[in-house]
Design a protein around this ligand. Structure first.
Ligand SMILES: Nc1ncnc2c1ncn2[C@@H]1O[C@H](COP(=O)(O)OP(=O)(O)OP(=O)(O)O)[C@@H](O)[C@H]1O
Ligand SMILES: O=P(O)(O)OC[C@H]1O[C@H](OP(=O)(O)OP(=O)(O)O)[C@H](O)[C@@H]1O
Ligand SMILES: [Mg+2]
Length: 397
């Protein structure tokens, strides 16, 4: 079923029509009508995202969408490489690639918003993008499932920001902004944003009544100083751009906390052969890698009278207890013709952040020859996210 959202663009600034979201489960193809009302005649144009056919596309390959450019692109390829899922791309302008370790998988490089649109239209099965993009372009569509919701890069948040000066000087919360007497039907709060779904929805959900929106593709932070808008809704990560443009965030103004996520189409997971298996392998590798990324493996030698005695010394130190306690093994040598163990080799995992503290504690209890090595994976028992995914798909047990 095709669903339409009508956006009215006016010149010189645009105002987005009252936000009306279709029931999310009903969307499998989103068509957008732009009513261009700055010209003398309003002319509706219907655009369709992705597959124009109503049948699911017949293909045997599983398709993964990865960001083709922007700040997510390199980090995504790096993460996959760290999971031994290196992407082989013949040249940077070729948009299809492969992951040799996952046969039957095609990688398609796309702009992040197009990845989400193509998941919804059924032209992709899996994708890696920011949660902000999933929320904005997925519009709550129930066909989109977050397989991994925290890939630990691309951190930012979508936030409402207002000037630090003028009538906003003493406004520090969303509630205070909403209660300002200035906003009326004739003179609404003007918000500039590229997030034309989430921003109106947020304002609506929070009871801000007199609001209009204008949209632009970038450098939104300039809009208040240019007199085009009173406030902006945009992504913030370090906060530098807001600061440099004399803008501030306010309490209650965060719309989405975002980072990179692995997202899939429910239909693909349940109906397309091979999607679930590839998703399982990707999820296992991602989880095992991300767990390992925060830890180092530490080995050391320690003099002792028995493995238990050495273990006890280690366990008495809070930052040395490892994942499931330390591994302690005797180091044998021959003395006076007798095989004995005066030393024990110990292996622990130490959080990267506490590495130096761990080394100091090891030394303090007699550790020597301390070796530190990076970890590639920590595979635990079945990942909780896999169980959650199966139960979400109605396949749980
Ligand atoms: N400081 C940041 N600003 C914007 N996005 C960020 C930031 N930090 C992380 N991200 C994440 O990176 C994603 C891609 O942003 P980026 O600006 O690189 O590409 P884009 O917005 O698709 O392209 P363009 O800005 O050229 O339109 C965002 O959707 C968001 O999830
Ligand atoms: O909090 P900060 O670390 O300063 O980052 C936030 C800025 O980064 C993004 O812009 P981008 O660099 O993508 O440029 P754009 O406006 O052209 O999209 C975003 O739209 C903000 O403007
Ligand atoms: Mg950008």
């Amino acid at each position: 079923m095709a669903v339409s959202q009508t956006i009215f663009l006016q010149c010189p600034s645009a105002s987005i029509s009252p936000f009306s979201a279709p029931p999310s489960s009903a969307i499998n193809r989103v068509s957008v009508k732009f009513m261009v009302s700055c010209c003398s005649v309003a002319s509706p144009v219907t655009l369709v995202n992705g597959n124009v056919d109503s049948k699911p596309s017949e293909r045997n390959e599983v398709r993964l969408g990865l960001p083709s450019k922007g700040r997510m692109a390199t980090d995504t390829l790096e993460l996959l490489k760290d999971c031994q899922l290196s992407v082989r791309q013949v040249n940077p302008r070729q948009y299809v690639a492969e992951i040799p370790l996952l046969p039957n998988l095609e990688v398609w490089f796309q702009r992040p918003k197009d990845i989400v649109r193509k998941l919804v239209s059924g032209d992709l099965d899996l994708g890696i993008v920011g949660l902000d993009t999933v929320s904005e372009y997925g519009q709550g569509n129930e066909d989109l499932i977050l397989v991994h919701d925290a890939l630990e890069y691309g951190d930012c948040h979508l936030s409402l920001a207002i000037p630090k000066y003028g009538i906003f000087e003493n406004i520090n919360t969303l509630e205070e902004l909403a209660q300002m007497p200035q906003w009326t039907t004739e003179r609404p709060l003007r918000v500039a944003t590229g997030f034309t779904y989430l921003a109106p929805k947020f304002m609506n959900d929070n009871g801000l009544k007199h609001v209009t929106f204008s949209t632009a593709d970038g450098a939104l932070e300039a809009a208040p100083a240019m007199g085009i808008a009173d406030a902006i809704v945009d992504l913030v990560s370090s906060g530098t751009t807001l600061r440099e443009n004399n803008l501030k965030e306010i309490e209650g103004g965060v719309i989405v906390e975002s980072q990179a996520v692995l997202v899939a189409s429910r239909k693909s997971l349940t109906l397309r052969e091979g999607v679930l298996d590839i998703t399982h392998e990707m999820l296992e590798r991602l989880e095992a890698h991300l767990r390992a990324a925060g830890q180092f493996m530490v080995t050391a030698n320690m003099r002792g009278s028995s493995a238990e005695e050495v273990a006890e010394r280690i366990l008495n130190q809070t930052s040395l207890s490892g994942l499931q306690g330390p591994t302690v093994s005797p180091v044998f040598c021959k003395r006076d013709g007798k095989v004995t163990a005066d030393y024990y080799a110990i292996v622990i995992c130490a959080p990267k952040k506490e590495l130096y503290k761990s080394v100091q504690q090891l030394r303090a209890i007699g550790g020597s020859g301390v070796l530190i090595s990076p970890l590639t994976y920590i595979f635990d028992e079945e990942t909780p996210r896999w169980r959650q995914l199966l139960s979400n798909l109605g396949m749980g047990f």
